[in-house]
Design a protein around this ligand. Structure first.
Ligand code: FES
Ligand code: FES
Length: 169
Protein backbone atom coordinates (compact mmCIF):
# COMPACT_ATOMS: atom_id res chain seq x y z
CA UNK A 1 0.00 0.00 0.00
CA UNK A 2 1.25 3.50 -0.74
CA UNK A 3 1.98 6.18 1.81
CA UNK A 4 -0.91 8.44 2.66
CA UNK A 5 -1.57 11.81 4.19
CA UNK A 6 -2.78 11.65 7.78
CA UNK A 7 -4.35 14.58 9.57
CA UNK A 8 -4.43 14.69 13.37
CA UNK A 9 -5.23 17.23 16.03
CA UNK A 10 -2.27 17.00 18.39
CA UNK A 11 -2.40 18.89 21.67
CA UNK A 12 -5.07 21.11 20.17
CA UNK A 13 -3.25 21.96 16.95
CA UNK A 14 -3.93 20.56 13.47
CA UNK A 15 -1.00 18.50 12.18
CA UNK A 16 -0.47 16.69 8.90
CA UNK A 17 2.06 14.05 7.92
CA UNK A 18 2.76 11.46 5.26
CA UNK A 19 2.86 7.93 6.64
CA UNK A 20 3.40 4.39 5.43
CA UNK A 21 0.81 1.79 6.45
CA UNK A 22 3.33 0.39 8.94
CA UNK A 23 4.11 3.71 10.63
CA UNK A 24 2.97 3.66 14.23
CA UNK A 25 1.41 6.60 16.02
CA UNK A 26 4.46 6.56 18.30
CA UNK A 27 6.85 6.93 15.39
CA UNK A 28 4.72 9.59 13.77
CA UNK A 29 4.67 11.63 16.96
CA UNK A 30 8.38 11.32 17.62
CA UNK A 31 9.88 11.34 14.15
CA UNK A 32 7.39 13.17 11.95
CA UNK A 33 6.09 15.69 14.46
CA UNK A 34 9.14 16.01 16.75
CA UNK A 35 7.18 15.27 19.92
CA UNK A 36 9.81 13.19 21.68
CA UNK A 37 8.21 13.40 25.13
CA UNK A 38 6.43 10.14 24.32
CA UNK A 39 8.99 7.39 24.87
CA UNK A 40 9.69 4.14 23.05
CA UNK A 41 10.32 1.27 25.42
CA UNK A 42 9.35 -2.24 24.38
CA UNK A 43 7.54 -1.43 21.10
CA UNK A 44 5.32 -4.40 21.93
CA UNK A 45 2.54 -2.91 24.02
CA UNK A 46 3.95 -4.20 27.29
CA UNK A 47 5.58 -1.27 29.10
CA UNK A 48 3.16 1.65 28.70
CA UNK A 49 5.85 4.29 28.30
CA UNK A 50 4.42 5.29 24.91
CA UNK A 51 0.93 5.95 26.30
CA UNK A 52 -0.95 8.91 24.81
CA UNK A 53 -4.61 9.88 24.80
CA UNK A 54 -6.40 9.07 21.56
CA UNK A 55 -9.79 10.77 21.42
CA UNK A 56 -9.51 10.98 25.21
CA UNK A 57 -8.70 7.32 25.83
CA UNK A 58 -5.26 6.01 26.81
CA UNK A 59 -3.57 3.86 24.16
CA UNK A 60 -0.11 2.42 23.72
CA UNK A 61 0.91 4.36 20.65
CA UNK A 62 3.50 1.76 19.59
CA UNK A 63 0.66 -0.58 18.57
CA UNK A 64 -1.48 1.93 16.65
CA UNK A 65 -0.85 2.29 12.89
CA UNK A 66 -1.20 6.03 12.41
CA UNK A 67 -3.10 5.63 9.13
CA UNK A 68 -5.92 3.98 11.09
CA UNK A 69 -6.49 7.05 13.24
CA UNK A 70 -6.72 9.71 10.54
CA UNK A 71 -8.76 12.62 11.90
CA UNK A 72 -8.27 11.69 15.56
CA UNK A 73 -7.44 13.93 18.49
CA UNK A 74 -4.20 13.06 20.26
CA UNK A 75 -2.86 14.37 23.55
CA UNK A 76 0.77 13.77 24.43
CA UNK A 77 2.71 14.67 27.56
CA UNK A 78 3.65 17.95 25.88
CA UNK A 79 -0.05 18.83 25.96
CA UNK A 80 -0.42 18.57 29.73
CA UNK A 81 1.20 21.88 30.60
CA UNK A 82 -0.96 24.95 31.09
CA UNK A 83 -1.28 27.71 28.49
CA UNK A 84 1.48 29.61 30.31
CA UNK A 85 3.79 26.60 30.03
CA UNK A 86 3.53 25.87 33.75
CA UNK A 87 3.17 22.36 35.10
CA UNK A 88 -0.31 20.91 35.41
CA UNK A 89 -1.45 19.97 38.95
CA UNK A 90 -0.76 16.33 38.07
CA UNK A 91 2.77 17.09 36.90
CA UNK A 92 3.38 19.21 40.00
CA UNK A 93 2.17 16.37 42.21
CA UNK A 94 4.63 13.98 40.49
CA UNK A 95 7.41 16.48 41.16
CA UNK A 96 6.44 17.09 44.78
CA UNK A 97 6.10 13.36 45.56
CA UNK A 98 9.42 12.39 43.93
CA UNK A 99 7.48 10.15 41.54
CA UNK A 100 10.27 9.98 38.99
CA UNK A 101 13.88 8.88 39.11
CA UNK A 102 15.29 8.23 35.63
CA UNK A 103 12.05 9.65 34.25
CA UNK A 104 11.75 7.29 31.28
CA UNK A 105 8.37 5.92 32.36
CA UNK A 106 7.07 9.30 33.49
CA UNK A 107 5.35 10.51 30.29
CA UNK A 108 3.38 7.27 30.05
CA UNK A 109 2.61 7.32 33.78
CA UNK A 110 1.34 10.88 33.47
CA UNK A 111 -0.90 10.11 30.52
CA UNK A 112 -2.38 7.01 32.16
CA UNK A 113 -2.89 9.01 35.37
CA UNK A 114 -4.49 11.84 33.45
CA UNK A 115 -6.96 9.41 31.84
CA UNK A 116 -7.68 7.82 35.21
CA UNK A 117 -8.39 11.15 36.93
CA UNK A 118 -10.66 12.28 34.11
CA UNK A 119 -12.59 9.03 34.41
CA UNK A 120 -12.44 8.80 38.21
CA UNK A 121 -11.67 12.18 39.81
CA UNK A 122 -11.50 10.76 43.34
CA UNK A 123 -9.90 7.34 42.91
CA UNK A 124 -9.12 4.89 45.68
CA UNK A 125 -5.61 3.57 46.02
CA UNK A 126 -6.71 0.32 44.37
CA UNK A 127 -8.20 2.25 41.46
CA UNK A 128 -4.93 4.12 40.98
CA UNK A 129 -2.99 0.84 40.99
CA UNK A 130 -5.45 -0.62 38.49
CA UNK A 131 -5.28 2.51 36.31
CA UNK A 132 -1.48 2.29 36.17
CA UNK A 133 -1.30 -1.48 35.79
CA UNK A 134 -0.19 -1.21 32.18
CA UNK A 135 2.75 1.06 32.98
CA UNK A 136 6.10 -0.34 34.06
CA UNK A 137 8.59 1.57 36.22
CA UNK A 138 12.00 0.07 36.93
CA UNK A 139 13.11 2.72 39.42
CA UNK A 140 10.59 3.97 41.94
CA UNK A 141 8.86 0.90 43.32
CA UNK A 142 5.58 2.57 42.28
CA UNK A 143 4.67 3.90 45.74
CA UNK A 144 5.62 7.54 45.04
CA UNK A 145 3.72 7.40 41.75
CA UNK A 146 0.56 6.14 43.44
CA UNK A 147 1.01 8.81 46.12
CA UNK A 148 1.39 11.49 43.44
CA UNK A 149 -1.83 10.52 41.69
CA UNK A 150 -3.76 10.48 44.97
CA UNK A 151 -2.20 13.85 45.85
CA UNK A 152 -3.22 15.29 42.47
CA UNK A 153 -6.78 14.10 43.06
CA UNK A 154 -6.77 15.78 46.50
CA UNK A 155 -5.44 19.05 45.09
CA UNK A 156 -8.06 19.10 42.35
CA UNK A 157 -10.79 18.37 44.87
CA UNK A 158 -9.58 21.16 47.17
CA UNK A 159 -9.60 23.68 44.33
CA UNK A 160 -13.05 22.53 43.23
CA UNK A 161 -14.49 23.06 46.71
CA UNK A 162 -13.04 26.52 47.26
CA UNK A 163 -15.32 29.55 46.79
CA UNK A 164 -14.86 30.91 43.28
CA UNK A 165 -13.29 34.11 44.63
CA UNK A 166 -10.46 32.07 46.10
CA UNK A 167 -9.95 29.73 43.18
CA UNK A 168 -8.61 32.47 40.98
CA UNK A 169 -6.31 33.90 43.62
S1 FES B 1 6.80 1.17 23.87
FE1 FES B 1 4.67 0.96 23.65
S2 FES B 1 4.06 -0.30 25.31
FE2 FES B 1 6.23 -0.27 25.43
S1 FES C 1 11.47 6.48 36.96
FE1 FES C 1 12.84 5.17 35.88
S2 FES C 1 11.53 3.74 34.91
FE2 FES C 1 10.20 4.89 36.17
Amino acid sequence: MPSQIVTLTVNGSPRELIARPSTTLLRALRENLGLTGTKRGCSQGACGTCTVLLDGEPVVSCLVPVVTVDGAEVTTVEGLAGADGGLSPLQQAFLDNFAQQCGFCTPGMLMSSCALLRRTPTPTRDEVCEGLSGNVCRCTGYEPIVAAVLDAADRTREVATQPSAEVGS
